[in-house]
Design a protein around this ligand. Structure first.
Ligand code: FAD
Ligand code: SF4
Length: 513
């Protein structure tokens, strides 16, 4: 190739043709660089489904670029001498092509941004980092918003973005449906008889490219957790659009109502399954939001479902990204409760008698998926009340989920689920006893433990550890607003009961594998 003007770096989670890096693309002078590197699957012990989603989507995207005549330098793990990390891949491409400049959209991972900028600075190559225009807000906008407030909360940021983008707003500038949120209608559990017949989500069987990726994984990552037997995630833009349409048509109408519900053996329920496609940018958040608004205007879904879904994407998704770039890199070290226990081994194999954890972890390893409440109120809650070191909890979430990218996983795991940031992301810890899980699922019906029992051999570990957590961390919890109610309930326990609880908790924690 003659001299390269711009070397355009496309990372595995930047697979959108509308990215700003393509705006001024010249087929004659510019070159796309994409690189599969071992480190991206090993810096945390990535699960096989997660690796497969990234590699397959990257290979499909590169092929589509080439079919459109865009020159691509693609280094694959199947090459005779694969690159080990992104810095190395970039350095060898720069020395081969000697580009005038390098261009890339803001990465989704602080570590990767550092690796790229350090490599290019060392090589003395001019580079430009462009805004990731798939998002509906910028990190700067979030810092502006956050630094002018004593306390930040999702609700107000979300309202600001609703107004800015005219989402679910009527012609008088008021929220559609007469309220900003319908949170209270989003917390139903299924009836005792269960969810009934659920609409099976659209499935994308592995094609030749994906099957080749499975072979790569077999060669390099055979000892990694998870399985590829049921792999059916969308890995192309066309599939991502089909997945969105399938959700909007078949599951959105009930999404709002059952957003928080869980049911043993039913991983998908009414959830959208589009997080990986969104995070890899095969699908844009604006497209998901428009599709939901469209369903509302055609009376195909009620307001509580549409608003509930849009709140996750325009609200939480943008909000957590803002927190990430505002607080990194120190955020990774946060540990408000000074928790220090290692992550129990059953997180990697599902071998536990606790039905809720077993079901959530097994499903996670099988599909690379668990829905929000399973992540927050089963695995996350257990880690919080068992005092697991937040950094290890974060590493686990980053390893196992197909949608796990640092910017979204870190604030959710460390902030929302572990309260490690002391209240930046969530106003109070998501602490609860087994009774919450009993209310929102059928797990407890099939468990040897009893959610109402707090000590002794039949005690539900969640209930036992919940009281123990409140008691042990009392001084730190007292300073958190809105925890009075939980502490008052703690005070109702007799000293003898509290002693029994502590004794059971000590036994349980000492026996964690
Ligand atoms: P749905 O339930 O159908 O929701 C629709 C969309 O809303 C999702 O696809 C997602 O894009 C967005 N969304 C929902 N909740 C959140 C949230 N809290 N933060 C950001 N976006 C949200 N999401 C990720 O995309 N990647 C992660 O690595 C990730 N890690 C998490 C770790 C923990 C501890 C917790 C509590 C949540 C995490 N989430 C993460 C958020 C959420 O659990 C997933 O986005 C969701 O389960 C994905 O499934 P779905 O596409 O079926 O989502
Ligand atoms: Fe989970 Fe406790 Fe219910 Fe068992 S009884 S499923 S451990 S909450």
């Amino acid at each position: 190739m003659p001299e390269v003007r711009n070397l355009i770096i496309i990372l595995g989670d930047q697979l959108n043709r509308t990215s700003a890096v393509f705006h001024d693309f010249d087929h004659e002078q510019d070159l796309v660089l994409m690189a599969e590197v071992k480190e991206e699957s090993t810096h945390v012990w990535s699960s096989k489904p997660r690796i497969a989603v990234f590699l397959s989507a990257m290979r499909h995207f590169a092929r589509e670029l080439e079919q459109d005549g865009i020159p691509v330098h693609y280094s694959s793990l199947d090459d005779s001498r694969p690159e080990t990390d992104l810095g190395e891949a970039l350095e060898s491409a720069v020395s081969q092509y000697r580009p005038q400049s390098c261009l890339f959209a803001k990465p989704g991972d602080f570590r990767v941004e550092q690796q790229l900028t350090e490599t290019l600075s060392r090589l003395g190559t001019r580079f430009f980092i462009l805004e990731d225009n798939s998002f509906l807000s910028t990190p700067e906008e979030f810092v502006d918003y956050a630094s002018s407030r004593k306390q930040i909360r999702l609700e107000f940021f979300y309202r600001m973005l609703r107004k800015k983008h005219g989402v679910l707003m009527d012609e008088n500038g008021k929220p559609v449906g007469g309220a900003w949120n319908f949170d209270k209608s989003n917390r139903n559990a299924f009836p005792k008889s269960g969810p009934g017949t659920l609409p099976a989500p659209i499935s994308f069987k592995p094609d030749t490219i994906t099957r080749e990726v499975f072979e790569t994984i077999d060669n390099y990552f055979s000892d990694h957790p998870g399985s590829l037997e049921d792999f059916d995630w969308p890995v192309t833009r066309a599939q991502a659009l089909d997945a969105l349409e399938d959700f909007i048509t078949h599951r959105l109408p009930e999404f709002g109502k059952y957003q928080d519900a869980m049911w043993q053996g039913e991983p998908w329920l009414y959830h959208s399954r589009i997080s990986a496609a969104l995070n890899l940018k095969l699908l844009l958040p604006s497209e998901a939001i428009s599709a939901a608004e469209n369903a509302l205007s055609h009376n195909q879904a009620p307001i509580e479902a549409v608003e509930g879904f849009i709140r996750q994407i325009l609200g939480w998704r943008e909000y957590v990204r803002g927190i990430y770039w505002w607080k990194m890199p120190d955020y990774l070290e946060s540990n408000y409760f000074e928790a220090s226990r290692p992550l129990p081994e059953f997180f990697w194999n599902g071998e536990t008698e606790m039905t809720c954890l077993r079901d959530t972890i097994n499903q996670t390893l099988k599909f690379g998926y668990a829905h929000h409440i399973q992540r927050l109120m089963v695995t996350g809650l257990f880690s919080l009340i068992a005092g697991i070191r937040p950094y290890e909890v974060h590493q686990w979430y980053l390893s196992v989920y197909v949608d796990a990218v640092d910017w979204v996983e870190v604030p959710n795991a460390l902030g929302m689920s572990q309260f490690a940031d002391g209240g930046i992301m969530a106003s109070k810890p998501y602490s609860a006893s087994g009774k919450y899980i009993q209310r929102m699922s059928n797990y407890c019906q099939n468990c040897r433990f009893k959610p109402e029992v707090s000590s002794g051999p039949e005690a539900c570990p969640f209930t036992n550890l919940y009281w123990n957590f409140l008691h042990t961390n009392r001084s730190k919890i007292e300073s958190i607003p809105r925890m009075d109610f939980q502490l008052k309930n703690l005070d109702r326990l007799s000293p003898a009961k509290l002693e029994e609880i502590q004794e059971s908790a000590t036994k349980l924690l000492n026996n964690l594998p």
